[in-house]
Write a protein that binds this ligand. Structure first.
Ligand SMILES: Cc1cc2nc3c(=O)[nH]c(=O)nc-3n(C[C@H](O)[C@H](O)[C@H](O)COP(=O)(O)O)c2cc1C
Length: 160
């Protein structure tokens, strides 16, 4: 295989940037995630690829649920803090307030323009990320006019 072409071609995939959270209270954790997309209308499924060696992966496996918080174009500073190991203090993660999602208790950030929470239905352990297929069980929108951040709006890379 042409490894250079493989890397460049995979980096042309278009992704959003989201804050994915799992766990409750002091055990809540959240990370910045880009490998995530819808996978079915009915039932409403999404898929997310999560690093097997991360704490977020452990929290999703333990609780069987997670939250997806949208990120606007002017929230790059916020989401950047979630690419580092999460620090949970009281009702904040990395200094950002969160509240429990109404169905799963996974962390929802009031700063996010929209969010949804999901329950894991399947998982595929293929490589260094696990693909979780999960059903949307609740959602909320605070700012319907917000423009979601895309990875190509930033200087960050994840893929290849
Ligand atoms: C631009 C960017 C995109 C990322 N996308 C993902 C992703 O899709 N899935 C994932 O598991 N980790 C992703 N990460 C990595 C996690 O954000 C990072 O591993 C985590 O925040 C580190 O926490 P930990 O060391 O406590 O596990 C991404 C990182 C960056 C910089």
């Amino acid at each position: 295989m042409n490894l250079k072409a493989k890397k460049l071609a995979l980096r042309m995939l278009v992704h959003g940037v989201y804050i994915v959270g799992a766990g409750k209270g002091e055990d809540a954790i959240a990370n910045g995630v880009t490998w995530l997309t819808q996978a079915s209308f009915e039932p409403p499924l999404i898929m997310a690829a999560i690093r097997v060696d991360g704490r977020l992966h452990d929290a999703i496996q333990r609780t069987g649920a997670f939250s997806v918080n949208m990120v606007t174009r002017d929230q790059q500073d916020m989401v950047q803090t979630f690419f580092k190991p999460a620090e949970t203090r009281g009702h904040t993660i990395n200094g950002y307030a969160f509240e429990p999602g109404p169905i799963t208790g996974s962390p929802i950030f009031p700063d996010a323009p929209a969010w949804f929470e999901v329950e894991v239905r399947h998982s595929f352990h293929g490589g260094d990320h696990t693909v979780f297929i999960a059903e949307v069980v609740e959602a909320g929108v605070r700012n319907p006019r917000a423009t979601q951040l895309a990875l190509h709006d930033t200087s960050w890379q994840y893929g290849g």
